[in-house]
Design a binder for this molecule. Structure first.
Ligand code: ADP
Ligand code: MG
Length: 269
């Protein structure tokens, strides 16, 4: 699938407020810049050459089918996967050589696919695990209370074992744990997976709240409709390639995107 004629395509003029390169010393630091990123698992190419950017304060969605390479992209940013080629820069620093711990210290947090909680530990113990690094140690107690203010359900369940919570509540724990690191950029890998529509709406509402409070978001989703409805800009990944990019609203109404990702009933009123 190829989407053409959309603004904001990487590399196009006016693609972002700071289009025009990596910036000189006089400019404010950029957010996340990914250039020509290639990742392979043995002989399998998972990312073929991905270029994208997320500017400070943006809410960007990365959508695509199962196997498109979305998780691989997030894992490359967080230092869990080493790219074969290309560049990952954050605030004008090359992240390529940094360990996953250091990436967190730079202000990037990820909520992994499948949540990856410690089911035999309480909600609060899971949240405290998010706050072991230097960055998070500052005001840890206040930060924890701040998370309970955003996620009141977790306050009620702070002493319960995480494994006993519903899928939606577990997603809240995973999101709050990532937020405990005081990220500037929060990346979420398929937060809606396995959730009932009502719970998904609740979680996405909370993400909107986190974004409005000042955290930059990169949301990875197979639920293309929900993600495009939330984000301001989006990229479409297909078999390791970016095949579409632009304002989320424009992609949501693009006929080829609707045909490919939004199902046969999507065009009906
Ligand atoms: N650890 C791994 N080892 C080998 N192949 C992998 C591994 N992780 C992912 N892949 C493959 O890489 C491709 C992209 O996977 P992934 O990034 O998980 O896609 P997505 O998150 O979009 O579903 C798929 O073909 C997948 O099977
Ligand atoms: Mg994935």
């Amino acid at each position: 699938m190829h989407v053409t004629g959309l603004e904001g395509r990487p590399g196009s003029a006016g693609a972002s407020p700071s289009a025009g390169g990596f910036g000189g010393p006089s400019e404010a630091p950029h957010g996340l810049e990914i250039r020509d990123l290639e990742v392979a698992y043995g002989g399998l190419t998972a990312l073929a050459g991905v270029t994208l950017r997320v500017e400070p304060g943006e809410f960007v969605a990365l959508v695509g089918a199962n196997g498109a390479g979305k998780s691989t992209l997030l894992r490359s940013i967080t230092g869990l996967v080493r790219p074969r080629a290309g560049l990952v820069r954050w605030r004008d620093e090359d992240l390529g050589a940094l360990s996953a711990d250091r990436v967190v210290e730079r202000g990037i947090a990820m909520v992994p696919e499948g949540r990856k909680l410690f089911p035999q530990m309480t909600v609060e113990e899971n949240l405290e695990l998010g706050a072991y690094g230097d960055r998070a140690r500052v005001d840890r107690r206040a930060r924890l209370e701040g998370m309970y203010a955003i996620f009141p359900r977790l306050a009620e369940r702070r002493g319960q074992l995480a494994g006993w919570l519903s899928g939606g509540e577990q997603q809240m724990v995973a999101s709050a744990r990532a937020m405990m690191t005081r990220p500037s950029l929060l990346m979420l890998d398929e937060p809606s997976l396995g959730l009932a529509p009502q719970m998904m709406t609740l979680i996405f509402g909370l993400l909107g709240q986190i974004h409005r409070a000042g955290t930059t978001l990169l949301l990875v989703e197979q639920n293309v409709h929900a993600a495009l409805a939330m984000a301001s800009r989006a990229y479409i990944l297909e078999s390791g390639w970016v095949v579409g990019a632009g304002p989320a609203e424009a992609l949501l109404h693009d006929p080829s995107v609707r045909r490919a990702y939004l199902g046969p009933l999507a065009g009906l009123p």
